[in-house]
Design a protein around this ligand. Structure first.
Ligand code: ADP
Ligand code: MG
Length: 693
């Protein structure tokens, strides 16, 4: 289905000349397995090799390309000292130094009595100019083509700039001119180069300004990606409108019964969200709504009430959670309240095996179960619903599109509600989801207390421990979070297990530990001890494990807070301040605190509004810090950057809409070009929507 003009781009990188199995592995690690992945891998820097001074004028610290005469070779007396090649021009003499060098190679590359051009960073060593390991050496004839500005690409161990550049250049050779898909007026207004020219420019930066997001080439490419995404989103949306949904209109009696049994009344936010969800479900179209709200803002209760409506009209509802623990907790909350309404709630995770699983599956298929809470196990093929009407997905970013669709396809015209506690900045929402209907829970349930947030250097650890001791004596419980180090599980483990052992010396068996490498049963056992207050302190490595509701926990300690993203810290802090006690969050940092880390911590001390924090997070990125897109779970953009390209996003949105209004099936010439764009950025789902009309 993919247009033929794009075939070469989607072939494997080992189709490129000079890419054998070894290089393939390395290049794949940096860019990806296909040629198209290589062309999207833009340089992160550049080296200007045009500076060609005489030896005497060569400024120390700069990259210079110098024409020299090779005078002599000095073989080191001991292997620790460098092999030295002495060379000169009419202004002076300099040294080329080589460690662990192969003599035969050096003699061939630097023949005495001949002229060579060397390029590398010039330094001053013992009063002489020196280049250690020149980046290249060439004859004067060869060198002309090298006296240029060279792009610098991200690398991995064993991969050289040279090899990476060759692979990229070979990939660019596979591109062909494609008909313009961007609106002509916009192209000329912005003076954008064509797609192919933009690619080539982006890969051949001539100066630092060419590396910025604002450069013509990079803006153009980012726009292409944004346009493809927005177009695909609109097509999917359009299609969803056309597929018949079903009207889930209950009498509201079950919802009312549950509401009456709740020990609290709904917040205004919950009430509004519920009204919006009820209206969506009532409508004959399919619901696709997102429910956004901080941890503890009461999303689960809203989910439960929506599920009651589905059940009331005889349908089934499934709630999918990303971890066993969260599924378990949702299950318990929901069962407590659903049973008063006479609804049967069951839990299905991969841990349920054998005859229990068989019986449960039979009950789901037979329609005896109204509400099914579970994990990934829910979309396994052998789980069949009698009449799935509503799917609720918690923390949807942890699931792939495929998984979500797989679950929704288990019913007819299924309504979906996704819930997220990750505060997502508005721009990112639009970029990734288009204008998906959103309900927000902004106000906190009453009784929620503001958390006293304090930042202090790590050397105050002992006073923190003393304070923990006092509060534990008063019956409080403590979350103790250890940091992620280098994304390495092994290292995380050490930090957490060490802290656990250290705290045990002080608090004995009152300390529990959970980390990602534990078996699920061990994890649950540890969590259960904390939930039951058999353990007063829970040492944890990741936020997933603490995605739980323990109102008695009133203290949160985060070690190396400077390594956590703003959104993450906010989520962590949301675990406390739920009970009757005053809550404290101690952010321990490694002094001195960088400007960026300080700004982040200040934001946390100032506000507890997740939406405000999300926007601040994005704003602070302008200072160079990268928002943990993966952690916040947003789909990755290859070329578009936020907030830098936010203005382009708005344009892409309206451009996509206008294009579709004019040509809904993308049949015109521009339509054709836009289809190709969808394929290029692998937004084929959009094309499929048109074809399946
Ligand atoms: P979320 O799923 O958004 O993290 P939950 O729905 O689990 O939040 O709610 C967190 C806690 O707050 C639960 O113990 C829940 O029973 C309680 N809760 C929910 N809504 C309210 C409310 N309106 N008033 C008081 N407590 C509430
Ligand atoms: Mg509906």
């Amino acid at each position: 289905m993919r247009p033929e003009s794009l075939f070469p781009l989607f072939s494997d990188i080992n189709a490129l000349p000079g890419i054998g199995p070894r290089l393939k592995t390395l290049v794949e690690r940096v860019a990806g397995p296909r040629i198209v992945d290589l062309i999207w891998t833009l340089p992160t820097g550049l080296i200007d090799r045009r500076y060609s001074p005489k030896i005497a004028d060569a400024a120390s610290g700069k990259i210079a390309t110098i024409t020299v005469m090779i005078d002599s070779h000095e073989v080191p007396g001991t292997p620790k000292r460098p092999y030295r090649v002495i060379c000169s021009d009419d202004s002076g003499s300099m040294t080329l130094a080589f460690f662990n060098a192969r003599k035969a190679w050096l003699e061939a590359a630097y023949p005495i009595g001949q002229q060579r051009v060397v390029s590398g960073r010039v330094e001053e060593f013992q009063g002489r100019r020196q280049i250690t390991h020149p980046d290249f050496v060439a004859t004067p004839e060869e060198a002309e083509s090298l006296r240029t500005v060279q792009p610098v690409y991200p690398l991995t161990e064993g991969l050289t700039q040279h090899a990476m550049k060759q692979a990229i250049d070979a990939s660019l050779d596979r591109t062909v001119d494609l008909p313009e898909w961007v609106d002509q007026t916009l192209v000329s207004q912005r003076r954008w180069p064509s797609w192919r020219a933009a690619l080539q420019l982006a890969h051949r930066p001539q100066g630092p300004s060419d590396l910025t997001s604002e450069s013509l080439a990079r803006s153009r490419l980012a726009y292409d990606e944004l346009l493809a995404t927005q177009l695909a989103l609109l097509l999917v949306r359009e299609r969803q409108r056309r597929i018949k949904g079903r009207s889930l209109a209950g009498s509201g009696e079950l919802q009312q019964r549950i509401l009456d049994s709740l020990p609290f009344s709904l917040t205004d936010g919950q009430r509004t969200a519920l009204r919006e969800i009820n209206a969506d479900m009532h409508a004959p179209t399919r619901m696709t709504r997102m429910l956004q709200g901080d941890v503890g803002s009461g999303k689960t209760v809203v989910a439960l009430l929506a599920m009651a409506t589905a059940a009331e009209v005889g349908g089934q509802a499934a709630l999918m959670a990303p971890t066993e623990l969260l599924a378990q907790q949702h299950f318990e909350t929901i069962r407590r309240f659903a049973e008063v309404a006479g609804l049967r709630v069951e839990l299905l995770t991969s841990r349920k095996r054998g005859s229990g699983r068989k019986a449960l599956k039979a009950a789901i298929e037979g329609g005896d179960v109204s509400i099914i809470v579970g994990t990934h196990a829910l979309f396994s093929e052998d789980v069949v619903f009698r009449d799935l009407a509503l799917v609720i997905i918690d923390e949807q970013h942890r699931f792939g599109v495929q998984q979500r669709l797989a679950l929704a396809s288990k019913g007819d015209g299924v309504d979906t509600l996704t819930m997220t506690a990750t505060p997502i900045p508005r721009t990112m929402m639009l970029a990734a989801y288009g204008d998906i209907e959103t309900s927000k829970l902004i106000d906190k349930p009453v009784g929620r207390k503001p958390v006293d947030t304090r930042a202090m250097p790590m050397d105050r650890l002992y006073s923190v421990v003393a304070s923990v001791k006092r509060r534990i004596a008063n019956g409080s419980q403590v979350f103790w979070i250890c940091p992620l180090i280098n994304d390495s599980d092994a290292l995380d483990l050490t930090a957490a297990t060490k802290r656990h052992a250290w705290l045990q010396q002080e608090f004995g068996s009152k300390v529990a530990l959970v980390h990602g490498k534990m078996k699920a049963v061990e994890k649950d056992a540890a969590m259960q001890r904390f939930i039951n207050n058999d353990a007063a302190i829970l040492v944890a490595t990741t936020i997933v494990e603490v995605g739980v509701d323990v109102p008695n926990a009133s203290i949160m300690i985060v070690e190396h807070a400077e390594r956590f993203g703003l959104a993450q810290l906010h989520q962590l802090r949301g675990r406390i301040g739920r009970g009757t006690r005053k809550s404290f969050c101690f952010l321990l940092y490694d002094a001195p605190l960088g400007e960026m880390a300080r700004a982040r911590i200040d934001v946390l001390r100032k506000t507890s509004d997740g939406f405000e924090i999300a926007d601040e997070d994005l704003r602070l990125r302008e200072y160079g810090e990268v928002l943990g897109t993966q952690q916040s779970g947003m789909p990755a953009f290859k070329l578009a950057r936020f907030p830098e390209h936010s203005d382009l996003l708005e344009i892409a949105r309206s451009d996509a809409r206008v294009a579709l209004d004019r040509d809904p099936d993308l049949l015109s010439d521009r339509g054709e070009a836009l289809r190709r764009l969808l394929y290029l950025f692998e937004r084929e789902e959009g094309v499929r929507m048109i074809l399946s009309g």
